[in-house]
Design a protein around this ligand. Structure first.
Ligand SMILES: *C/C=C(C)/C=C/C=C(C)/C=C/C1=C(C)CCCC1(C)C
Length: 245
């Protein structure tokens, strides 16, 4: 079974290969986060647990997406969006946890979650219900982008940025800023992938299947990278607390 799936990969199936590597990378990252979380006190333990949940949920979905793609040769759009709908809100939870000590309220978390679900539902309509026309994908892409811009704004200039700024905690400030960079640069890969689908602005610029390569690359960067940033914030904050004790 395993070898049967490996074989087509060897025949220059880059898309299948990135599903396979993505799955392994998400599993490895999850093991790392779950095993190291106990090195920290309870405040940071929760943040690292969430990092591990993000990569673990992705690993499970990559397992299915890899199979689906191997069996049908088609994009596993449904699994993809289910994965995102679970993991992107958890990334919002990371922002909330990082700024909680500085006064972040549940209302902030809900606003971020609603914006991310908005972004993903509109993206799903644009992709899965595509009639192959540019009008359809542009219209829903624009609606989706509004949710993206809201999160981007909140992380760079809005409530999250202000809370981090006022926390007086250099480690948290730096961590939130790096995560904001992920949203600006790492998350921007997704709309580029979206524009590559048939009917999209960039269709024709890349070959079919590039949509999945963009998404798989972006997921690895964002889910594992995001988690590692949170991990290093926990390491630095723990060391700083010890030095001050
Ligand atoms: C782990 C998964 C993550 C971080 C997924 C993020 C997804 C996006 C930022 C998607 C954004 C989109 C747009 C901004 C417009 C076009 C449609 C989407 C859904 C691809």
């Amino acid at each position: 079974m395993f070898l049967l799936e490996i074989q087509p990969m060897l025949a220059n199936d880059y898309v299948g290969f990135t599903f396979f590597i993505g799955c392994m990378a998400m599993m490895a990252a999850s093991a790392f986060f779950f095993f190291t979380m106990n090195d920290f006190d309870s405040k940071w333990k929760t943040s690292i647990l969430v990092s591990g949940l993000i990569t673990f949920i992705a690993a499970v979905h990559y397992w299915y997406m890899r199979d689906y793609y191997a069996a049908t040769g088609e994009s596993p759009t449904f699994f993809r969006y289910v994965d995102w709908t679970l993991t992107v809100p958890l990334m919002c939870v990371e922002f909330y946890l990082l700024t909680k000590a500085a006064g972040a309220k549940m209302g902030l978390l809900w606003k971020l979650i609603i914006a991310s679900v908005w972004m993903l539902v509109a993206g799903y309509i644009g992709e899965a219900m595509s009639d192959g026309t540019t009008g359809h994908s542009v219209q829903w892409g624009v609606i989706s982008t509004l949710g993206y811009l809201y999160i981007l704004y909140t992380a760079w200039f809005g409530e999250v940025a202000k809370l981090a700024e006022n926390s007086g905690d250099a480690v948290v400030k730096k961590g939130v800023r790096i995560l904001a960079w992920f949203i600006l640069v790492g998350w921007a890969i997704y709309p580029i992938g979206y524009m590559c689908m048939p009917g999209g602005w960039l269709s024709g610029a890349f070959d079919a299947g590039s949509l999945d390569i963009f998404y798989n690359l972006a997921d690895a960067v964002n889910k594992i990278g995001f988690g590692l940033v949170v991990y290093s914030v926990a390491v630095e904050a723990t060391a700083a607390a010890k030095a001050n004790a």
